[in-house]
Write a protein that binds this ligand. Structure first.
Ligand SMILES: *Cc1c(COP(=O)(O)O)cnc(C)c1O
Length: 479
């Protein structure tokens, strides 16, 4: 570029910014004319909520059509692991696209589906003395994966002539997706309440959430207490129940509420004692998010059914996998077609998605991701520690690559903000103005960045989080 004078350079820059702003605005209008966005009160666009047209992604950054860069601090709904447009994943998808883009997986087979199943089973949680997970069933998103696991557990008993085990146990404050079956075992009122008349009845047990510890109670005490109540529930209802489903270690959609790994260990014992399947929904916490490859490992527990999605493809393609034990699989072998597992999605085991997942597993191996994350999560811990004495922060908690801040009126647990104050929304807007994409869950601000985030970006994240918090609280007080 030829810059004749300093002023001309400034003018060019200003003109470019103006053009980018106009371009973003044009896309906003085209979008709102035709799109219906997920989990969004469309009435709030464009005035209350800014819509952010994105041109491309680059590492942990999103580049807006407005020319600004935004740090993707929530890994695009917890999917992204190694940054956007990761070249090795992109290349794997491109290679696969010119070889075999898709084929029906009923009756046909292909290498990416087979290899991915082999490799997932090889790294799956293992418990000494328990029969390992040996079979993989694919679906194409997390909710569909949950449906698969629920149907499998129910159908397995049915195939053995047990008709009474028609219910599931789930946890208070849990989340498993938004299709009707998954919603029935979820307990987030915002998603559930309206659709409640459509949902199958589930049994709910208390959450082991450490935030709800009584004064003097440790997270392990809380885990024991929650497991105690679960034990009573099983005592009364075990013969009506086919499976228990939970999110190990962190209830993510429920506000990044974390619990002691002891809980899953106690649940495993209770499920064994009552002959109930244990379904671990590691859709959000799997693939290194809580510090270990799978969160169940921290409890030394292997579930009977393991649901994976989100990070499975590094955040590039929709795919889910349900891992099952041999006995579950064997329970469907019969001469009758009705005893087969009757579930099929058109894109089951899509080769492009499997190729992306294989590239993701390669990166885990070649880049020593879990070890590197230990360094990154320590740095996150150091930065988060500075929030502990913030006057409105009631709790700072961390599990590996997830950090959460619970905001309350007086900085103690008993004084939550009025939800009408919309602290989260205000913080979202304030952070966006400062170049960071946070998407708070109610009054919980959290960090769940792509693993490739560097120290400069982490410092920006910490500084922006604090500024966004303060801005949101001040703004709400004035409103
Ligand atoms: C996101 C999520 C799901 C649902 O996955 P989708 O791909 O969004 O349908 C299920 N369970 C948990 C724990 C999740 O975080």
């Amino acid at each position: 570029m030829h810059k004749t004078t300093h002023d001309a350079g400034m003018l060019t820059e200003a003109a470019a910014a103006q053009a980018a702003g106009d371009d973003a605005e044009a896309w906003r209008r085209r979008d709102l004319a035709v799109l219906w966005h997920p989990c969004t009160q469309m009435r709030e666009h464009p005035d209350t909520l800014p819509l952010l047209p994105i041109a491309r992604g680059e590492g942990p950054w999103l580049v807006g059509r407005d020319g600004h860069r935004y740090l993707d601090a929530i890994s695009s709904w917890w999917t992204n692991l190694f940054g956007h447009a990761e070249p090795r994943i992109a290349a794997a998808i491109a290679r696969q696209a010119t070889t075999l883009e898709h084929v029906i997986l009923a009756g046909c087979s292909h290498a990416p589906a087979v290899e991915l199943a082999e490799r997932l089973l090889a790294i799956a949680p293992r418990e000494p003395g328990r029969e390992p997970l040996t079979k993989v069933f694919y679906a194409d998103n997390g909710s569909a994966g949950v449906e698969v696991a629920l149907k499998m557990a129910f159908h397995w008993f049915r195939n053995r002539g047990v008709e009474g085990r028609t219910k599931f146990i789930a946890l208070d404050n849990g989340y498993h997706g938004e299709t009707l079956g998954a919603l029935a075992v979820g307990d987030i009122p915002l998603y559930r309440r309206v659709y409640a008349p459509l949902l199958a009845e589930a049994l709910f047990a208390p959450s082991p959430d450490a935030y709800q510890c009584e004064p003097g109670e440790t997270p392990a005490d809380r885990a024991r207490r929650a497991a105690g109540t679960l034990g009573e529930l099983l005592q009364r209802h075990a013969d009506e129940v086919c499976a228990l489903i939970l999110e190990p270690r962190v209830q993510c959609a429920g506000g990044m509420r974390m619990h002691d790994p002891l809980y899953l260990k106690l649940v495993r014992e209770l499920c064994d004692a009552h002959g109930v399947f244990l379904i671990a929904d590691e859709i959000a916490v799997g693939f290194g998010r809580t510090g270990t490859m799978f969160a169940s490992e921290q409890s030394g527990v292997q579930p009977d059914l393991l649901c994976l999605s989100k990070g499975l493809t590094g955040g590039s393609m929709p795919l889910a996998a349900v891992l099952a034990t041999q006995s579950i699989y064997d329970g469907f072998l019969d001469d009758s077609r009705e005893k087969a597992f009757l579930h099929s999605h058109s894109y089951t085991g899509n080769p492009l998605a499997c190729a992306a997942a294989l590239a993701t597993l390669d990166i885990f191996a070649s880049d020593g991701v879990i070890a590197r994350n230990r360094v990154t999560s320590q740095r996150m811990a150091d930065l988060a520690a500075a929030f502990a004495d913030h006057p409105h922060v009631a709790d700072v908690r961390q599990a590996g690559m997830i950090v959460a801040f619970e905001l309350t009126r007086n900085g103690d647990k008993r004084t939550p903000f009025d939800s009408a104050a919309r602290i989260g929304l205000r913080a979202y807007r304030a952070a966006l103005d400062r170049g960071v994409l946070l998407r708070p869950l109610g009054d919980v601000l959290y960090w769940m960045p792509p693993y490739c985030i560097d120290d400069d970006a982490l410092q920006l994240l910490a500084a922006t989080t604090r500024a966004a918090m303060d801005h949101a609280i001040e703004e709400a007080a004035c409103a």
